[in-house]
Design a binder for this molecule. Structure first.
Ligand code: NAD
Length: 274
């Protein structure tokens, strides 16, 4: 069993690795003996966190500054990883914009009718085009690996269900000022499910599997009113802890999931079945 759930010496690229869940994915991979390659927009946080993982688990973790919307940066980084480690075994497409909501006194810019085209383009560039570009380079490298490997896309419960906009309503505000979950979040997360199915068949003959996780919201100092409302929509009655996806990440990346391909795995406390 230990061997089945081991990622020993597997070189696994994680995008958005300086974020809340990216760090958890990297920690999970390192704890299973893998070599996490941490990518994010800024150098310092990924380099520092890679050092933390090296010391904690005695693995060769490494951090790189890579903007996943820039094809040249990805191409160069992919070459550097292959030169350093000889191969790539896995990719976690995790980076996404947390859609920004610009406020003004007469409009709420999260609303569809006010949503700005440049914000739509930025959100899709990171969450969806970034995942495509990383699959194009790191995924292609995995396909050249004689053993194959695995791509894991981080979607969301909101890749499967629509956001319940009542959760974001603020009492007393007129409709045009009411905040909503931006349209880009649903589109990016549903798009990743399409990418997952495409990739699950594309390099299947090279033993490259591709699966998606649809995590529910992680508890992270949200306001009490929101917490009360959101947890009432989750059968388990609570949001996730940030470390609750680690087991699933290790399981799906390793030989433990060798026959899982094209799976869209919900991990949302049951929210999407209610
Ligand atoms: N946190 C949650 O509750 C939750 C729930 C469901 C799904 N998810 C998904 O999990 C993933 C991680 O979420 P999180 O909460 O850790 O988000 P986060 O905002 O904490 O981290 C995202 C990271 O991506 C990086 N990033 C942004 N643009 C980038 C770019 N162009 N190139 C490289 N890196 C870039 C950011 O710098 C940041 O470190 C996201 O895809 C998110 O949608 C999160």
């Amino acid at each position: 069993m230990n061997e089945l759930f081991s990622l020993k010496d597997k070189v696994i690229v994680i995008t958005g690795a300086a974020g809340l869940l990216g760090r958890q994915h990297a920690d999970a991979i390192a704890s299973a003996g893998g070599i996490p390659i941490l990518l994010d927009l800024y150098k310092e946080p990924v380099e520092e966190y890679a050092k933390v993982l090296q010391e904690k688990y005695g693995v060769r973790a490494i951090g790189f500054q890579v903007n996943i919307t820039k094809e040249e940066e990805i191409r160069a980084n992919c070459t550097e990883i292959v030169q350093t480690f000889g191969r790539i075994d896995g990719l976690v497409n995790n980076a996404a914009n947390n859609p920004k909501v610009e406020e003004s006194s007469d409009k709420n810019f999260s609303r569809l009718e006010n949503f700005q085209f440049h914000v739509w383009n930025d959100d899709l560039a990171v969450g969806l085009s970034g995942a495509f570009l990383c699959s194009k380079y790191y995924g292609f490298e995995i396909s050249k690996n004689p053993k194959g490997g695995c791509i894991l896309n981080i979607s969301s419960d909101l890749g499967i269900i629509a956001p319940d906009q009542r959760l974001y309503q603020k009492p007393g505000l007129p409709e045009e000022l009411q905040p909503v979950k931006p349209v880009t979040y649903s589109v990016v997360k549903a798009g990743l499910i399409g990418l997952t199915r495409y990739l699950a068949t594309y390099w299947a003959d090279k033993n490259v599997r591709c699966n998606a996780i649809c995590p529910g919201g992680v508890e992270n100092n949200q306001n009490p009113e929101f917490m009360k409302e959101v947890t009432s929509r989750i059968p388990l009655g609570r949001m996730a802890n940030k470390d609750e996806y680690k087991g699933l990440v290790v399981f799906l990346l390793g030989d433990s999931a060798s026959y899982m391909n094209g799976a869209i795995v919900s991990a949302d406390g049951g929210r999407s079945v209610w």
